[in-house]
Design a protein around this ligand. Structure first.
Ligand code: SF4
Length: 382
């Protein structure tokens, strides 16, 4: 299983909490970027080992800010340069307020079969405090248009622990998203990134965040509500109706291979017997210049990940899934047993009551998932 991630770094405006590589941009510069991206695909395809890709994720930024026709050009170039499985999951991220019926029809026409919408909240004051450009109504209109265009696999991103947010606000957002017919919900806790406008608002005291207990209550109550609505939790922060789990994200949690294309995208792949990781440049003009010269726009030389680190990553990422990890997969990848490699850590988690042994592996129980970072410490020492 392997995936392709394509980064589109443009947004209508910058949200107050965001530290992603994303920015507002003129139409002409967007066109230059898409030209460069298409160029990068041709260069990367020649240099990377041939393989079939099962998932594609066009993320950002806000890919739906691209002009009509640009996604079609990107998808055509993707198929020209890479082998994409016939039944591949192909997702595009979109923000309410940037979609219209023509763009949605274009996405369907070029084979995109999953939509991921940034809803975050349905409280207009919270959306405003975050610097989001949309209203709750924009989300509902986008959902109607998306369903009319034929999308049946739709995610909504929600956040909790937001400024002035109550548990009721979060549950209301879940109710709106579920009522509008999404099949997947991601619910992430706000991380206040240094040097963002929100960080300064909070430090200056003009914005108040909910306390730790309140935030934990949001996490608990949202989990209960989502499960009662038929969204089963398959990863710490991700819930899906049966059969609508994100295949692209599962590949990350399985520590699978992926190729990132575009500004600041990241890649990981087995090449020549080594597990390699690399990142693209994050400076816009440098990215354009490199692709223009026919070079891959790498920030640095690919880094070799040592075997012990690769093993730890498989456990750390895999235990984010509620299904956990299997010894069969671990043995197939490393030629040794999970239970031998991590015998001490597994015994310690078991003793601490954080772990469940499955038929062929291990998974964290609810308490283990609640404190996943702490729970995994023994694996670092094993
Ligand atoms: S829409 Fe997303 S990527 Fe764009 S600025 Fe807001 S949070 Fe960042």
């Amino acid at each position: 299983m392997a995936g392709i991630y394509i980064h589109i770094p443009f947004c209508v405006s910058k949200c107050r909490y965001c530290d992603f590589v994303s920015f507002p941009c003129e139409t002409e510069a967007k066109k230059r970027y898409v030209d460069a991206l298409i160029h990068e695909m041709a260069i990367a395809a020649k240099e990377l080992p041939e393989k079939q890709y099962d998932t594609v994720f066009i993320g950002g930024g806000t890919p739906s800010t691209l002009e009509l026709g640009e996604i079609m050009r990107i998808m055509a170039a993707l198929h020209d340069n890479f082998s994409i499985a016939e039944d591949a999951e192909i997702t595009i991220e979109a923000n309410p307020g940037t979609l219209d019926v023509w763009k949605l029809a274009e996405y369907r026409e070029c084979g995109i079969n999953r939509l991921s919408m940034g809803l975050q909240s349905v409280n207009p004051h919270i959306l405003k405090a975050l610097g989001r450009i949309h209203t709750p109504d924009d989300f509902l209109k986008s959902m109607d248009m998306a369903k009319a265009a034929g999308f049946t696999n739709i995610n909504a991103d929600l956040m909790y622990g937001l400024p002035e947010q109550s548990t009721e606000d979060l549950l209301a957002a879940i109710a709106v998203a579920a009522g509008a017919g999404v099949t997947h919900i991601s619910a992430y806790s706000l991380i206040v990134e240094e040097n963002t406008p929100l960080y300064f608002d909070i430090n200056g005291g003009s914005v108040l965040l909910p306390g730790e207990d309140e935030t934990f209550e949001m996490y608990e109550k949202s989990k209960e509500m989502l499960e009662s609505l038929g969204f089963h939790r398959y990863e710490i922060s991700n819930y899906a109706k049966e059969g609508y789990e994100s295949r692209h994200n599962l590949n990350y949690w399985n520590n699978g291979e992926y190729v990132g294309l575009g500004l600041n995208s990241h890649s990981a792949m087995h090449i020549g017997g080594k597990w390699l990781r690399w990142a693209n440049k994050s400076e816009f003009e440098e990215y354009l210049a490199d692709t223009d010269e026919g070079k891959r726009p790498l920030a640095d030389e690919p880094q070799t990940i040592e075997r012990a680190e690769e093993m730890f990553e498989c456990v750390m990422l895999g235990l984010r899934k509620t299904a956990g990890i299997t010894n069969g997969e671990f043995e197939a990848r490393f030629g040794e047993s999970l239970f031998t490699t991590f015998s001490k850590a597994i015994a310690q988690l078991d003793e601490n009551g954080l772990l469940i042994k499955t038929a062929d592996g291990i998974r964290l129980n609810d308490r283990g998932l609640d404190i996943e970072n702490l729970a995994l410490m023994p694996f670092m020492e094993d």
